[in-house]
Design a protein around this ligand. Structure first.
Ligand SMILES: Cc1cc2nc3c(=O)[nH]c(=O)nc-3n(C[C@H](O)[C@H](O)[C@H](O)COP(=O)(O)OP(=O)(O)OC[C@H]3O[C@@H](n4cnc5c(N)ncnc54)[C@H](O)[C@@H]3O)c2cc1C
Length: 441
């Protein structure tokens, strides 16, 4: 930690002065520090725009929250509504975060990043979503924040320089290609193949589905089979990972019309005879699944944080509306049937938040098992869904009107419930790994 802090404070920070407080991470527990030991102040109400005095944030998390809030305040509710209407990728939002160095929050400093932890990246993603940008804003940068972790961990120095620097600088965007139409969550059975052609290239063929941002990305991190399933000892063997240019002449990309997040595309990909340089393979041949697994807990934590943000955004809108809307001569928020579900949602979001940041802290300390990351993603997505639904109902008819934004949140909040892993598969994981119950599938 000391080396990290020292190098952090020495770096020529493209995040400006924003993150220099990282060194404070070494100070005492936040709750013991002056001014933090009091109860939640009245100005910390959930109706505040991105209130920033959760007593349990570290100083570096608080600094991230402050800085990201400022950036996001330039991107109003109307901006996100408009992007949704015109189905346009929020390129300027992506650019702003890149310019200020935020896309490299978890990346090595050597390649332009800041080397902060998942605990800080989770604050960043929660704040982006909570600002009202929701899953649209989060998904516009999500892949770039931690998606290339397999490259960071297993790539060569040459690859890292070639790939991480343009990603951090916002010059290139990446998408992630794992899911396939015929196999779904049964990832190990995926059917896309790469066949070696001489020493210098592989030929890829197959299909992928639900690949977000493929229309706007230049690169893809793609998992394909290099050794047929019937020739490996375990199904997790024989898969390989490539990070390569999306070649539009051989990769057919078709957008999937979908329920929400219209500004950020999601697509099917068909490819045949796609020649990919062998130098674009990440790590060793046939070990791709192990590498993908490496970043999965972190991804669940980040998606959970994005869900939380949406839940708080919805709750804020609902609480403000409930305080202002007068029916039968009084604010609707005076009715316990309106007030109590919102109070209940705040408690559930906070409980999920505690689990999520606990998981993030453990991840940053090197804990590799997945129960907390999975549970946190599950709880955050469910709490956020309930909060969004209640926000719509609190608004009555206006909850159904686009100009009040909560219907957009409700449509978007399904995403973290489904992806990157479903509720059911998380329950399978907990049942099997934590409770020791027999595998059910
Ligand atoms: C908006 C959006 C963006 C996405 N972006 C990406 C992306 O960028 N890259 C990418 O690779 N993928 C992406 N995905 C795909 C996503 O990760 C998958 O949709 C998700 O993993 C579920 O897989 P599936 O849709 O094939 O569901 P299926 O595998 O078909 O499962 C369908 C349902 O059956 C349940 N089920 C299946 N097996 C079991 C079992 N054994 N026990 C209990 N229940 C079971 C599942 O939980 C689910 O509810 C995205 C999806 C969405 C909706």
């Amino acid at each position: 930690m000391a080396a990290l802090v020292q190098s952090f404070t020495q770096r020529s920070s493209r995040l400006g002065s924003v993150l220099r407080n990282r060194s404070i991470l070494c100070s005492s527990h936040p709750l013991e520090r002056q001014g933090r030991n009091s109860a939640r102040h009245i100005h910390a109400r959930a109706t505040e725009y991105l209130q920033n005095n959760d007593v349990d944030l570290t100083d570096s998390q608080r600094t991230v929250r402050d800085a990201i809030s400022k950036i996001c305040s330039q991107y109003t509710d109307e901006y996100w509504l408009k992007q949704e209407e015109i189905k346009k990728f929020p390129a300027e939002f992506h650019r702003t975060l890149a310019q200020d160095g935020w896309l490299g929050i978890c990346m090595p400093q050597q390649y332009g990043g800041s080397e902060l932890g998942i605990a800080e990246a989770a604050v960043m993603m929660q704040t982006i979503s909570e600002s009202g940008g929701g899953m649209t804003a989060a998904s516009a940068v999500h892949m770039n924040i931690f998606g290339l972790e397999p490259v960071v961990k297993f790539g060569t120095d040459e690859q890292k320089k070639r790939w991480l620097e343009p990603l951090v600088a916002g010059k290139e965007r990446a998408c992630f290609g794992v899911t396939e139409p015929n196999t779904g969550l049964d990832t190990l059975k995926l059917q896309s193949q790469a066949k070696k052609n001489g020493d210098h290239e592989y030929i890829l063929s197959g299909q992928k589905i639900w690949i977000s941002t493929a229309q706007n990305a230049q690169k893809i991190l793609i998992l394909v089979r290099t050794t047929p399933l019937d020739q490996v000892q375990k199904p997790s063997q024989g898969l390989s990972l490539f990070y390569t240019d999306i070649n539009p002449s051989v990769v057919e990309i078709t957008e999937i019309p979908k329920m929400g997040r219209a500004a950020v595309d999601t697509n099917t990909l068909f490819f045949d005879d796609w020649r990919v340089p062998a130098s674009d393979m990440v790590g060793k041949e046939n070990e791709g699944f192990k590498m993908i697994m490496h970043g999965m807990n972190a991804e669940r934590i980040l998606i959970g944080a994005e869900a939380l943000g949406l839940g708080y955004a919805a709750l804020r809108k609902a609480a403000i509306y409930a305080g202002e809307r007068i029916v039968f001569g009084r604010a609707i928020g005076k009715n316990q049937a309106i007030q109590h579900p919102l109070a209940d949602s705040w408690m559930k979001l906070e409980a999920a938040r505690l689990m999520l940041y606990h998981a993030a802290r453990m991840y940053d300390q090197g804990y590799a098992a997945g129960e907390y990351a999975n549970a946190a993603k599950y709880l955050a997505a469910e709490a956020a869904f309930e909060s969004c639904e209640r926000a719509v109902m609190t608004h009555g008819g206006m909850g159904y009107a686009k100009e009040y934004h909560v219907e957009r949140y409700l449509r978007e909040v399904f995403i973290p419930r489904i992806a990157p892993v479903s509720r059911e598969m998380i329950c399978n994981y907990i049942g099997e790994r934590v409770l020791g119950l027999p595998r059910s599938y």
